[in-house]
Design a protein around this ligand. Structure first.
Ligand code: URA
Length: 426
């Protein structure tokens, strides 16, 4: 192991066999965490070749159980976000795509750092279970068309160990480490196709759009080497995607969106990603199908159906409402030129820790003009009285900032499937 660390330190590559031995060694104790952390730091500084990232992905997949779905019954698709704030895409896009006929088997994680976790959000619905057995998960996808389940401890256990170690040692932001972490979980989850949402901007791991695009390309290429179709989006995280930040408050926002009352920016991304999920399952005119599912309410019906299938109390879900709030107001006038999304993400997590309907609702977007006293956000939950400080999370300036795109890039791994997504190619 020491020789491998030294070789990486000097900028050399490790062979696939070495990556297999190292990942297996971490899991069985032959490689200690200090050594693995040193190797990760060398990867951060020296980079990893694409072949190394692929080898590490394979070694991680092999560290645990692998699910599978019968391809004869149709394509099953999964989605992954690299981590966002007010990222309600999975909550809304999964049922929306399923309402169009897609089969979506979504494995999700919990909150990490300033970013929210879909599992924490869903668990605010009374009774809803996210710890589904492999059989329950597959059966729900077959019967309902979609399921969102927590990744069990036996799926890519190596990622749990490695991610926690990277988190502690400042070694998260490395292209090869991030791509192997993300793709290994998707491969082990058993879906035939994936949609990746790579965030970019100040609150994302890949802050530069070009770096985020590169991550998108690696995700697609690794997926292709495993024989999986995939689409990768690069999307903005310089402001919260939706309006609400927390857990239950984001469920309320997703529900309202599927009832036809969504924030336009969030709707734009949710519908684009839902269309990509539908496209990956081989349907023609996916955008039109998704817009119909949104306007007809069938996406909302599918959300209710999914919640009921996972044991959730549908009427409690329908009655979830934001409670009393305090407004945090602008202390001066000006254009909102930036928002400290990391700070708001942490605040939303804190407010929702002991109160499922605690959190923030952001009232302004970058580029809006506010007068002194205009509400910037509303804070909800038991601890809302401490929110006044968050006025500082908004920078106001005299000139209007240039608009930031929401979707920077969409790529499909046409390496394997030149006509990816069309029924003819299936
Ligand atoms: N998301 C993941 O799942 N893994 C990473 O390494 C970074 C973001």
């Amino acid at each position: 192991m020491r020789a491998c660390i030294e070789r990486k330190r000097e900028g050399g590559d490790l062979s696939p066999e070495e990556w297999t031995r190292i990942v297996a060694g971490l899991m069985d104790g032959r490689v200690d965490e200090a050594q693995f952390a040193a190797l990760c730091m060398a990867c951060v500084w020296r980079g990893m070749s694409f072949d190394e990232a692929f080898a590490m992905t394979r070694a991680m997949v092999e560290s645990g159980d692998q699910l599978s779905f019968d391809r004869q019954e149709g394509v099953v698709v999964d989605k992954h976000s690299s981590g966002g704030v007010s990222d309600i895409v999975s909550l809304a896009a999964v049922p929306l795509a399923a309402a169009c006929g897609a089969r979506v088997a979504k494995l999700s994680g919990r909150a990490l750092g300033h970013t929210g976790g879909t599992i924490d959000k869903l668990e605010t619905i009374p009774g809803l279970r996210t710890a589904l057995s492999t059989e329950e998960f597959a059966e729900q996808v077959r019967n309902t068309g979609c399921a969102i389940a927590a990744q069990s401890a036996t799926i890519v256990p190596a990622d749990k160990r490695i991610y926690a170690l990277r988190d502690r040692t400042g070694t998260v932001p490395a292209l090869g480490l991030i791509s192997s972490s993300i793709v290994s979980k998707k491969i082990a989850g058993g879906a035939h196709a994936f949609v990746f949402d790579v965030k970019t901007g100040p609150a994302a791991f890949m802050q530069e759009p070009e770096k985020a695009k590169e991550l998108g390309r690696w995700l697609l290429e690794i997926a292709a080497r495993f024989g999986r179709r995939a689409t990768a989006f690069v999307t903005d995280m310089s402001e919260p995607l939706g309006r609400c930040i927390g857990t239950g408050v984001e469920v309320v926002e997703a529900r309202e969106m599927l009832q036809g009352n969504g924030d336009p920016r969030a709707v734009q991304l949710v519908t684009a990603i839902a269309a990509a999920l539908v496209n990956e399952c081989g349907f023609d005119e996916p955008e039109a199908l998704v817009m119909r599912a949104l306007s007809s309410g069938s996406g909302f019906e599918k959300f209710r159906e999914m919640i009921a299938a996972q044991g959730g109390d549908v009427s409690a879900f329908e009655n979830m409402q934001l409670g009393e709030s305090i407004a945090v107001r602008a202390r001066s006038g000006g254009y909102v030129s930036s928002i400290d999304v990391v700070r708001l993400g942490h605040a939303g997590r804190r407010l929702s820790t002991h109160d499922p309907l605690g959190g923030l609702r952001v009232d302004v977007r970058i580029g809006d003009y506010v007068e002194t006293g205009t509400p910037l956000l509303h804070a909800y939950g038991r601890d809302r009285d401490h929110a006044a400080q968050f006025a500082d999370a908004f920078t106001l300036s005299e000139s209007k900032p240039a608009p930031v795109p929401l979707i920077y890039d969409v790529q499909i791994n046409s390496v394997l499937y030149p006509q990816s997504g069309r029924a003819a190619a299936l």
